[in-house]
Write a protein that binds this ligand. Structure first.
Ligand code: GTP
Length: 172
């Protein structure tokens, strides 16, 4: 594996679940309660220090969650080594979208080749939770994905998510 290789990671999911916020928190260490909806997509790059000696360069693509942009998504996930499907733990319908995306990825990609992660975001709003954690984890297990609880607001679970991605990329 060349050290210069840049691996493509794509973030997908329902609108307003916090995809951009996760990316901006991870890459820039910033968060805004007034994060605006993404138009089309954008990309930030990051180097993951996986362990004392190994680093992995990733280009993370944040896709727009609104329905009107859905047709564009394949352009972003086609060559991705990893897909992070995000839902909002306080919004039940956003988990239905996770299932829709898993079905879509399974139809078009060899899912044994792609690192699949499911992130339950906004875990700072535990009191408003609509999706049972064990239900979500068991669904992820069934479809060969790894499940993470994240909060872009409180910076929880995000480093763990990307450390996992880095270590899985190293195994390739
Ligand atoms: P689209 O671009 O429309 O697809 O949205 P998105 O999924 O990128 O969501 P975005 O990051 O724009 O966040 C939507 C709203 O949720 C914003 O008001 C964020 O501030 C808020 N938000 C994002 N992450 C969190 C979180 O972890 N906790 C809380 N409480 N709010 C969050």
């Amino acid at each position: 594996m060349s050290n210069d290789t840049k691996y493509k990671v794509v973030i997908i999911g329902e609108g307003r679940v916090g995809k951009t916020s996760l990316l901006v928190r991870y890459c820039k260490g910033e968060y805004s309660d007034k994060q605006e909806s993404t138009i089309n997509a954008f990309c930030l790059q990051k180097q993951i220090q996986v362990n004392e000696t190994d680093k992995v360069n990733i280009a993370i693509w944040d896709t727009a969650g609104q329905e009107k942009y859905k047709a564009l998504a394949p352009m972003f996930y086609q060559e991705a080594v990893c897909a992070i499907i995000v839902y909002d733990i306080t919004f039940k319908e956003s988990f239905d979208k996770v299932k829709m995306w898993v079905t879509e990825l399974t139809k078009t990609l060899d899912t044994s080749q792609i690192i699949l992660c499911i992130a339950g975001n906004k875990c700072d709003l535990e009191k408003d939770r609509q999706i049972d954690k064990y239900f979500a984890e068991s669904y992820a297990y069934q479809v060969g994905a790894c499940h993470f609880m994240t909060s872009a607001k409180n910076n929880k679970g995000i480093n763990e998510l990307f450390q996992y991605i880095g270590s899985e990329i190293l195994k390739r």
